[in-house]
Each structure stands twice: as C-alpha cells, then as structure tokens.
Design a protein around this ligand. Structure first.
Ligand SMILES: Nc1ncnc2c1ncn2[C@@H]1O[C@H](COP(=O)(O)OP(=O)(O)OP(=O)(O)O)[C@@H](O)[C@H]1O
Length: 452
C-alpha cells in the first residue's frame, strides 16, 4: 500500500515504545518523527507542519494523573489547530478520556495498543486534517466570491491569435503573464487557461492585488499564524496554500510593492511558503498566472518592478487586444450581452436598431468589453420600444482634459473629474485612480454611483 503524505510525531518517554511504533507507522506515513521529551514540541511545531501527534499522557515516573498529557495537548492545539492529537494511556479512565476529547484531542488509544486500531484512528485523524483544510478553502472561496465560468466570445483575427496562444500554453506548467487594458478579458482568459489544463479539477484562486490593502498583502498571499498581528484571531491559510495543486491568478501584479516582489520571487523559486508569524515552510504546488494593465517592462527600467520576478512570471506573455482593435467582435459581444439582459429584465423581443449597432462599432471603448456590457445592460433597461436606439446607448461623454469645471456642485464635480481622469488615461482605471488619489476599488464604486 502506498504511504500517505503526512508527518506523524510519536511522543513517549519509553524508547522501546517509540521504536516499535515508529517501525510500524513508517510503513504507512511519509514522515515519522519521535521524541521522548515533550519540551521539544515547541521547536518542532515551529519548524514543521505536524499532521498527527501520538502522545503518552504521563511523562514523569510515578505520575499517572494524565495532567501532563493535557498540558501538552493544550499547547499543541494553541500553536497548531490543524494538528490531530491521539493520546495513549495504560490507565484507561473514562473521565480522563472525556476531558482530553473536550480539550481538543482527536481520539484516545489504550496501551498496549493494537496496530490495526491505531492505524485506523490515525487515518481517520488525517482525513479530518484534510477535510478541515478543504473547509477553510471553501470558506475562503466564498469570501473571495469566485465568478462562474464565462463564455469566451470572439472571431476577429487579433482575438483568434490570443486563442491560439491559449491553446498552446494552457496544458503546460508555464507561468503566463496576461497584458491588456482594463476590461479586455484577462480574468476570462486566466480562467480559460486553468480550465484547459490538467489542473482543471482542482481549485482556481483569484487574488486582486489592486484592491488589497498594502498591510494585508502578505497575510493574504502567504497566510498567518494566530497572534501574528492584532486582528489575527486564528491561523489562516494564504492564497498560495489555498491554490495548492491548482492555479493562482495574481491580478494587477504591477501593484505588488517591491519588498513583497522579492518574497513572491522566493516562493516561486523554492515552491515553499512561510506564514506570517511562523517560521516553518509549507510546500505548495501552484501554477501562476499573472495579469496587469501596467507596462511591466517600463517598470523594470524604472526599477519599480524586479526584472528577475518578471522573468519568472512571463514564461509566456499574452497581450489581450483592446476592443477598439477588434471591432469585428463588437456586434457579436453586444448581441451576447443583449440576450443575457433580455432574460434578466424580461424584455424578450428587444433588438438593436441598425444605427445603434453602427454607433457601437464606431465608438472607441475606453473601458473595453466591461464598458460594452454595462452600456448594453443600461440600454436594455432604458429602452421603451422593441428596438434599442442609438439614444439608449449612454457612451462616455467626449470630454477633453483641458475642460474647466463650471459647475461647483460637489457630486457633479466629482463625476466630472472622474470622467476627465478616465478620458486622460483612455479608460485605464488604475491610472485614473492613481491620478485622483483614490484606490481602484473606490474609483469603481464612484463610477457605479455616477453610472459611468
Ligand atoms: N471574450 C469574451 N467573451 C465574452 N465576455 C467577455 C470576454 N472577455 C471579457 N468578457 C466580459 O467582459 C468583462 C470584463 O472581463 P474581465 O474581467 O476578464 O477583464 P479584465 O481584463 O480582467 O479586467 P480588469 O483589468 O478591469 O480586471 C467581464 O464581465 C467578462 O465576462
């Protein structure tokens, strides 16, 4: 039978017991550690991820109260909630068993132990470790709000070239860098790469580095131990561990501060992460896809982005064309969003007028496909006839950066400034947000508020 990937620690003051249990467990688990000294627990827990601990309840000669075992059990659970502890005692006593279970022991075995029973208990413990990890992953995912699978549409030549590259690189381990303006479909293509890879049945984790508070970057990516900082109430796995065996999509990678760029580089090189507030390494097997609308090569030249990191993440670069460079796809995409919204708003017979379609083909789409999606949705809501007219399409106003503010109403001024910033940066939300001195998320909220 293949060994199970797990680290088991046996803790007993009797060396003979350690020896015979070690020989037996080594046949079933990938790593078995032993010690007679419970004080070594602290160092071991700091250095290694212990999945299972099999531990005696009494260490001092003559003391059969089990108190010491309970003390060390408490210490293990405080430092490593994920570890399953199985206690052993020759003085089976129901009260003690119940107490240790209440204090967090996974189970209890009697000495002399029966090998089959011990193995069955440890295997149950290990599946508990795994299902707890899975549970944390699911909780993180629901917090993260993963989007459902998207339809990827496009027949134009520039988009066909993208699809060709996706097909070539999807089922490889190559790290991919997706470049393109906001709303060009970088997320959609990242998902497509994952779904066409051997990792497709495993997890796809999206981290938007653009919307993360700088103080949270590290704990979000690499996880933290309980007490690592004021709000760290319990151990938490980071996005790297969450994405183990799957794909990690690092969106807006250009926003990663320099000191974390080096940490990320180390993780990519060693394939090991260390949670904040801990010193033990955890091995991860993750495929990385990054995306940005920034010019990373320019950032390297300006020493704002590490060249070695760029070379790690851009084994393959795919540039997503702006919508104005693939006008051949505008009608296709517009019809797709029309169908979707007709169902949503129960406007079954709605169609585009010829003028509306032509206007959409001519427009320069600074916000790309996302803007098209919003404009069509708004038109569906606004239209009163069975045809969407050009006037139902609320394109961004043709403002120029030189325009002066004539209206001093605060709301109107805010809207106007946002329009100016977006126009100046041809719809690039990150740059506009930077110029306005607010975060990208804050800008999106305001754009929503002003229907932009
Ligand atoms: N090829 C496509 N076919 C259909 N819909 C698409 C396509 N590409 C993108 N979209 C839609 O356009 C919107 C924007 O796409 P996406 O979020 O992938 O862009 P992005 O480049 O990651 O944006 P940002 O840089 O702002 O995060 C999404 O609602 C997505 O569903």
């Amino acid at each position: 039978m293949a060994k199970q990937e797990a680290t088991v620690l046996i803790l007993d003051d009797d060396k003979d017991i350690l020896f015979s249990m070690e020989v037996f467990l080594k046949r079933h688990f990938s790593k078995v550690l032993t010690t007679t000294n419970p004080k070594e627990l602290v160092t071991m827990l700091n250095k290694t991820v212990l999945h299972l601990v099999v531990m005696d309840m009494n260490f001092r000669a003559g003391d059969q109260s089990g108190k010491e075992g309970l003390y060390w059990l408490k210490l293990i659970k405080e430092r490593s909630q994920e570890t399953m502890v199985v206690l052993m005692t020759a003085y089976a006593n129901v009260d003690l068993a119940v107490e240790s279970l209440k204090k967090g022991a996974f189970d209890f075995v009697l000495k002399p132990w029966d090998n089959d029973k011990l193995l069955a208990t440890l295997q149950k413990g290990l599946s508990m470790v795994r299902s707890n990890t899975q549970q944390s992953k699911l909780q993180s995912l629901s917090k993260n709000g993963l989007l459902p699978q998207e339809h990827v549409l496009g027949k134009s030549q520039p988009f066909k070239e993208v699809l060709h590259l996706v097909e070539k690189v999807a089922d490889t381990q190559a790290n991919v860098l997706l470049l393109g303006e906001n709303g060009t479909g970088k997320y959609v293509i990242a998902k497509m790469l994952h779904q066409n890879s051997a990792r497709k049945d495993n997890i796809f984790v999206h981290v938007d580095l653009g919307s993360l508070n700088e103080n949270l970057f590290e704990s979000e990516l690499f996880g933290h131990a309980k007490g690592a900082f004021t709000d760290a109430k319990e151990d938490s796995l980071g996005r790297f561990e969450l994405a183990d065996e799957g794909t990690l999509f690092l969106d807006e990678i250009g926003n990663l501060p320099l000191h974390l760029q080096s940490k990320l580089l180390t993780v990519l090189q060693t394939k090991k992460v260390v949670r904040l507030g801990e010193s033990k390494e955890r091995t991860v097997n993750v495929r990385i896809i990054c995306a940005t609308n920034m010019d990373l090569h320019l950032m390297v030249a300006e020493q704002r982005f590490r060249q070695d990191l760029l070379y790690r993440i851009n084994t393959m670069e795919i540039v997503l064309p702006a919508l104005r460079e693939r006008t051949g796809d505008v009608a296709l995409l517009a019809h797709h969003f029309l169908e979707k919204n007709k169902r949503k708003y129960q406007k079954g017979r709605l169609q585009f007028s010829m003028e509306a379609l032509n206007a959409m083909k001519k427009y320069h789409w600074p916000g790309n496909i996302r803007e098209l999606e919003h404009i069509v949705e708004r038109a569906v809501i606004l239209s009163e006839e069975n045809e969407i007219q050009e006037s139902d399409l609320r394109f961004g106003p043709a403002v120029t950066p030189k325009e002066t503010v004539k209206n001093l109403n605060l709301e109107a001024t805010e809207k106007h400034l946002i329009q100016l910033a977006l126009k100046k940066h041809t719809g690039n939300v990150s740059k506009a947000a930077k110029e306005l001195g607010i975060t990208r998320a804050a800008l999106y909220r305001r754009m929503e508020k002003h229907n932009l």
